[in-house]
Write a protein that binds this ligand. Structure first.
Ligand SMILES: Nc1ncnc2c1ncn2[C@@H]1O[C@H](COP(=O)(O)OP(=O)(O)OP(=O)(O)O)[C@@H](O)[C@H]1O
Length: 250
């Protein structure tokens, strides 16, 4: 018998979603290999958030399917969601609670026992160099530090898959660079699979794979160097703009 092949971290197969007349996703298919950092690059309105809403079970697709480590989001949502840590585009922290209370609440929702939750929270905050902020109210933190707390929150459950929906929204250059360093280090050290939606190409220039979403369709899928070579340009940024321009004229 051939050896069992591990399921990819994410399989998106022929996914479509329409809002009235707007076709937000149109037959979208791609995979996120286990242990990879996969970027989902798209300009405003490309369909990234819609895709994340389906991936996280908030919206139901009109057609197609999504599985996470082999668990189908429609038929086995609890198991599929258990694998994920999510940083949403919009902040989800309670500003009037402390960092520790926010993370503790999240751990409780996921059924972590007190001891394990305390260890996971300390580990996550320490990894992001904000271990001394557990007792601080979120309202008193800078935007960059709040985003670190959002990331630490997503890590509390030790997810095998990290979903990042434009996580650097509103951050300055330094905070954005810190976020990029932290996520890539995490993926390398823990083997965490990452799907990172953004329109800031520089953030994901070192990604293992890049899926370009344009007007709800997959316009390109490959390695950063493969995409640049195919477009006959030197950088991922130039390749992305070339693909977006080409598809806008099609
Ligand atoms: N709830 C909704 N009702 C109607 N149209 C919507 C809704 N949500 C998104 N859309 C439309 O669907 C398309 C895809 O939007 P979506 O927010 O998924 O893209 P995006 O790539 O995340 O964009 P951005 O980078 O601006 O957040 C856009 O044309 C948008 O206007």
């Amino acid at each position: 018998m051939p050896p069992a092949v591990a399921a990819p971290a994410v399989v998106v197969a022929n996914l479509s979603k329409r809002y009235g007349r707007i076709q937000a996703l149109d037959d979208v298919s791609f995979t996120v290999p286990v242990g990879s950092v996969t970027a989902l690059l798209g300009l405003n309105g490309a369909g990234k958030t819609t895709l994340f809403q389906i991936l996280t079970g908030l919206f139901v697709a009109d057609a197609g399917r999504v599985s996470v480590f082999g668990d189908d989001i429609a038929s086995a949502p609890v198991r599929a969601l258990e694998h994920m840590g999510i940083v949403f585009q919009q902040p989800v922290l309670d500003l009037d609670l402390t960092v520790g209370q926010n993370l503790g609440f999240h751990a409780g929702l996921h059924g972590l026992r007190r001891r394990r939750a305390a260890d996971a929270i300390a580990e996550g905050l320490g990894r992001l160099r904000i271990g001394d902020l557990a007792g601080k109210r979120v309202r008193d933190l800078s935007g960059g530090t709040r985003r670190k707390v959002e990331l630490a929150r997503a890590l509390v459950t030790s997810p095998r898959l990290l979903l990042l929906d434009e996580p650097s929204q509103g951050l300055d250059t330094r905070s954005r660079a810190d976020l990029v360093t932290d996520v890539f280090a995490l993926a390398a050290e823990r083997g965490t699979s990452v799907l990172w939606a953004t329109h800031h190409v520089a953030e994901v220039a070192s990604a293992d794979r890049v899926v370009v979403l344009h007007r709800g369709r997959v316009a390109a899928d490959g390695t950063p160097s493969g995409l640049s070579e195919a477009q006959n340009v030197d950088t991922l940024e130039a390749a992305f703009l070339g693909i977006a321009r080409r598809d806008a004229m099609a």
